[in-house]
Write a protein that binds this ligand. Structure first.
Ligand code: NAG
Ligand code: NAG
Ligand code: NAG
Ligand code: NAG
Length: 258
């Protein structure tokens, strides 16, 4: 039975979540896609299916505990025998504004998505992973018998480790996500569940970021992150066996100032 990857946060189907889903689909994983905004999600699911993947979309209206719980119940009934091996929390929301202009409602929404949503997603994933056996050599997908039940990945940002003039709400939430991932990494490693956090420290090339008047930036591989390269780094984390696990890695383009 093919292993299953769950990706939360697909955006417009051109960023990190989408690139990761594509890469694991190609490696033979079944793919469960969770996102808000069902138009982009449906289009992206169809793209994966037309490439031969077994992919299903699970649209949700928000990243609340209830929405995620019902999405995971649907995933279980769609893929009852496909062992969950990879889960990526790539969802997020942000505002970039001076502190005094950020409204309490914006703070609440950012916390709901980036923090409460990540807790709910982790809970659903870990409830499944803790009941599974370690991946068997014969299972297929990526390399076998690595003494690993599964990998839970979190997409971080520059704001995960540094606040800045307009990032009070976003950075506070991203710091919280990083702390969550470190706590989970320590708690669940003993059960052979690998939890990792990736600081994406730079601008990512997406359909949206390409739309700006920035042909030079788009063309220069040294100044922006390619989502396919981020996905390759995620695959590297997933492939690590239990003798050497990374909790955190940071990724930035060669010419990034940091
Ligand atoms: C998707 O694309 C639209 C139009 O370019 C943009 O307004 C929106 O922010 C994008 N969403 C994401 C998550 O990238
Ligand atoms: C996708 O995978 C599920 C679960 O393994 C299976 O029931 C279903 O038939 C597969 N769909 C296709 C189109 O192969
Ligand atoms: C906060 O989230 C609610 C529910 O999704 C939405 O209706 C509202 O527009 C959001 N408010 C802000 C300021 O983003
Ligand atoms: C911090 O904010 C300033 C002003 O907006 C910006 O020029 C700078 O690039 C930011 N630094 C980082 C590390 O994002």
């Amino acid at each position: 039975m093919a292993p299953l990857i769950v990706v939360a946060g697909i955006g417009n189907g051109s960023g990190t979540g989408a690139a990761t889903a594509r890469l694991f689909a190609k490696a033979g994983y079944n793919v469960a896609l969770i996102a808000r905004g069902s138009d982009h999600l449906t289009k992206f699911r169809d793209e994966l299916k037309s490439g031969g993947a077994n992919a299903t979309d699970f649209p949700i209206k928000d990243y609340s505990v209830q929405s995620l719980s019902s999405a995971f119940a649907s995933i279980k009934s769609t893929y009852p025998n496909s062992p969950l091996r990879v889960a990526l929390w790539n969802a997020g929301s942000a505002v970039w504004k001076p502190f005094l202009e950020i409204t309490p409602e914006e703070v609440q929404n950012i916390t709901d998505t980036n923090v409460v949503g990540a807790f709910a997603f982790s809970r659903e994933v870990l409830q499944v992973l803790t009941t599974q056996e370690v991946e068997a050599a014969a299972e297929g997908g990526l390399a076998g018998d690595r003494q690993k039940k599964g990998t839970l990945l979190f997409t971080g940002a520059t704001a995960s480790i540094r606040g800045n003039t307009t990032t009070s709400a976003f950075s506070a939430a991203k710091h919280a996500l990083r702390a969550l991932s470190q706590s989970l990494a320590k708690e669940f490693a003993k059960q052979n569940i690998h939890v990792a956090h990736a600081i994406i420290d730079g601008g990512i090339l997406t359909a949206q970021s390409r739309n700006k008047d920035n042909a030079e930036w788009v063309a220069n591989v040294n100044v922006r992150l390619d989502p396919n390269s981020i996905a390759a780094a995620y695959e590297y984390l997933v492939k690590q066996d239990s003798s050497s696990w990374t909790w955190e890695l940071d990724l930035r383009p060669a010419h990034e100032k940091w």
